[in-house]
Design a protein around this ligand. Structure first.
Ligand code: ATP
Ligand code: MG
Length: 180
């Protein structure tokens, strides 16, 4: 599974449609303070289903929609699409290429799509089940989070390591079985 492209339009500082192509190997995104590097990572978390405006540095979800600058009006819609090469079927679907899309209008209307077909948030989340990806996973570590991991108590750090190692879900299943 490889991340191929990310298309951002009307999301935060990306008013115009911006396409980022990911080449094989490692990708670094550099730029001055305030140029939108963190907004790119937030676009990735958002299209994967992030529901908490606060974790996207906003107070309400519509804060992700381009709000305008002194030379440009705000927009009415934010849209992000992310395309994966899924030849190895790492994602939970038979499609060899998968594009997930999320749109949000100022009216509050919200749309998720998988390969252009309207889908539920749940369907998008299911694609990433047990892949170690997903908006909650530790494959995305935001600014400030590194420090909090270093400063975590040993038990908290253990929980993080278990999560990364994929042990977490077995523990959840075990707890559930013991309760039943
Ligand atoms: P740093 O190097 O300081 O971490 P950065 O490259 O990560 O900076 P971001 O935090 O991604 O920068 O971008 C911040 C910019 O995005 C600010 O100028 C802010 O005004 C702009 N921005 C955030 N939300 C919106 C929005 N809804 N509409 C327009 N601009 C926005
Ligand atoms: Mg930043």
């Amino acid at each position: 599974m490889k991340l191929k492209t990310l298309e951002i339009s009307g999301f935060k500082s990306f008013a115009d449609k911006t396409t980022i192509e990911f080449m094989p190997g490692m990708t670094g995104i550099v730029g001055p303070n305030g140029s939108g590097k963190s907004n790119i990572i937030e676009a990735i978390r958002w299209v994967m289903g992030e529901q908490r405006a606060k974790d996207l540095r906003g107070t309400k979800m519509s804060d992700v929609i381009f709000g305008g600058t002194h030379i440009r009006h705000g927009l009415n819609r934010a849209e992000v699409s992310m395309t994966f090469d899924n030849d190895d079927q790492y994602l939970n679907t038979l499609f060899s290429e998968v594009t997930i899309t999320r749109k949000l209008y100022r009216s509050g209307e919200s749309v998720y799509q998988i390969n252009g077909v309207d889908s539920r948030l749940r369907d998008v989340q299911d694609l990433f089940t047990d892949t170690g990806l997903g908006k909650e996973s530790f494959s995305i570590i935001s600014q400030g989070r590194v420090e909090s991991i270093f400063n975590a108590k040993p038990e908290e750090r253990r929980a993080i390591i278990e999560e990364v190692a994929g042990v977490h879900k077995y523990k959840q299943n075990k707890d559930k079985a013991q309760r039943e």
